[in-house]
Design a binder for this molecule. Structure first.
Ligand SMILES: [Zn+2]
Length: 446
């Protein structure tokens, strides 16, 4: 059969109107396609999403009727996600806290550590649940001149390990800070750490990938390689909009988002085969994360426990590409567990495996260079050049009299232009930096 004939079959099953709406996750199927014969066909439809490419096959998500269509193509598959199987599974996993129990836990943390933790809602999910972000820093109620780093977990509701690990990480940092653990005190005092344990509480409540309207949140961000290439929140899920607005208010330099279904660190780009402008650095950070985690660094499938997103499988509308393209915030996707919803008793062992990497990654935001001005209204552009190899890192806008960028180790020249004035400085970037509050140059001191 030609692709045209196959596509026609799909159009008859779904109705052609479905295709214009973007990815939906009403159904999920594991498709056995070791030759990857059908990838091209699935990729033709905006409503269809592919995930977790493996040797034997991959996951396919789509609207109602997707399973019937796959069956009609004569492809062997297993149903992963429909209302019936979700209800069946729900009883198996009742040991996990509900989103409401997570909220209670976070409020307790904030109440007992008000000096270094603040809890804020970024907005509401479809079903009206708050999307909580935890800020951890010294002088937590002040926006200090410190590098900003963030973690977001559980954007796919049924990938639950990340949410649990974030809650344990928050508790770990708070308790060790109180005990005076030198490393944790330094981590907290010199950075602004933001953690969103669950971006999709509705999905986690019903154990499904999408939000309450079956939207795949990690396909819902603006994609700079498609027609959806403006950074606007219009028409997106409320959960996506909340993250977009939050990011626009902050100045994140480094971040990670956490998933399940594999054990690997996936680095950008996802949507194009082009090299990332900070590829050497992002490979280094990914390798460092994976090097401490059994199951990643010893992976047969992913050498070194890392993989380039696009080379694995193309993702359009993902958060990690959006984050760097629009906000210069370098982001990787960490796949924490082969099993998306493991037995609850295993959660602590996942944390123990990942603890060193989770802390180290937050520390690494220190490897950068920035500037600050006493004029908090100062906005303009900064041009950055690597003096060791002459490479132009790019020209970036800044506002609020502050800018910070994570960079590969080396020597850099910054040219700052704002309000008809210009400032030039050169500094080296090293890790550990041994400079409090990262490396911020005061423009007034130049
Ligand atoms: Zn995921």
């Amino acid at each position: 059969m030609s692709w045209k004939t196959l596509a026609l079959g799909a159009a008859m099953l779904f109705g052609t109107g479905t295709f214009a709406k973007g990815p939906v996750t009403n159904e999920g199927h594991y498709v056995f396609d070791s030759d990857k014969k059908f990838i091209k066909l699935f990729n033709k439809f905006e409503a269809i999403t592919i995930d977790h490419m493996g040797d034997k096959g991959y996951e396919v998500y789509g609207p109602k009727g997707t399973g019937k269509w796959i069956e009609s193509l004569g492809i062997e598959s297993i149903n992963l996600e429909d209302e019936q199987s979700l209800n069946k599974n729900r009883t198996l996993f009742q040991d996990y806290p509900t989103p409401e129990a997570i909220e209670v836990e976070l409020k307790k943390f904030a109440a007992s550590h008000p000096d270094i933790m603040k809890l804020e809602s970024l907005g509401k999910s479809i079903q009206g649940r708050d999307l909580w972000v935890v800020k951890i820093s010294d002088n937590v109620n002040t926006d200090e001149t410190e590098p900003e780093v963030k973690y977001i977990a559980n954007m796919h509701g049924n990938e639950i390990v990340g949410r649990e690990l974030m809650v344990i990480l928050i508790r770990d940092i708070l308790e060790n800070y109180k005990k005076g653990d030198k490393r944790i005190v330094d981590l907290v005092n010199n950075r602004e750490i933001y953690i969103v344990p669950t971006m999709n509480p509705d999905g986690s409540k019903s154990m499904r990938r999408g939000n309450a309207q079956w939207t795949d949140l990690n396909r819902d961000f603006p994609d700079f390689t498609t027609q959806d290439n403006t950074n606007t929140t219009d028409g997106r899920a409320p959960e996506t909009q909340a993250i977009m607005k939050f990011q626009a208010q902050r100045k994140f330099a480094l971040s990670a988002n956490f998933h399940g279904g594999s054990e690997v660190v996936n680095y950008p780009w996802d949507t194009t085969s082009d090299h990332h402008p900070l590829e050497e650095l992002v490979v280094d950070l990914s390798t460092e994360y994976a090097s401490e985690v059994p199951g990643m660094h010893d992976s047969n499938r992913f050498p070194g426990g890392i993989v380039n997103g696009y080379r694995w499988y193309e993702v359009d509308g993902g958060m990690q590409d959006w984050s760097y393209h629009w906000h210069g915030d370098l982001q990787v996707t960490v796949e924490l567990s082969n099993t998306k919803w493991p037995d609850y008793s295993q959660i602590q062992s996942y944390y123990d495996k990942n603890r060193e990497s989770l802390i180290k990654y937050l520390e690494r935001v220190d490897q950068g260079l920035g500037f600050t001005s006493v004029d908090k209204g100062l906005r303009g552009t900064v041009e950055i050049q690597n003096l060791d190899n002459g490479k132009n890192i790019g020209s970036y806008p800044f506002g609020n009299g502050e800018y910070y960028k994570i960079l590969e180790e080396g020597n850099y020249a910054f040219k700052v232009q704002a309000s008809g004035k210009s400032w030039n400085f050169q500094r080296s970037v090293k890790f550990p930096s041994k400079v409090n509050n990262g490396n911020f140059v005061s423009l007034e001191s130049l």
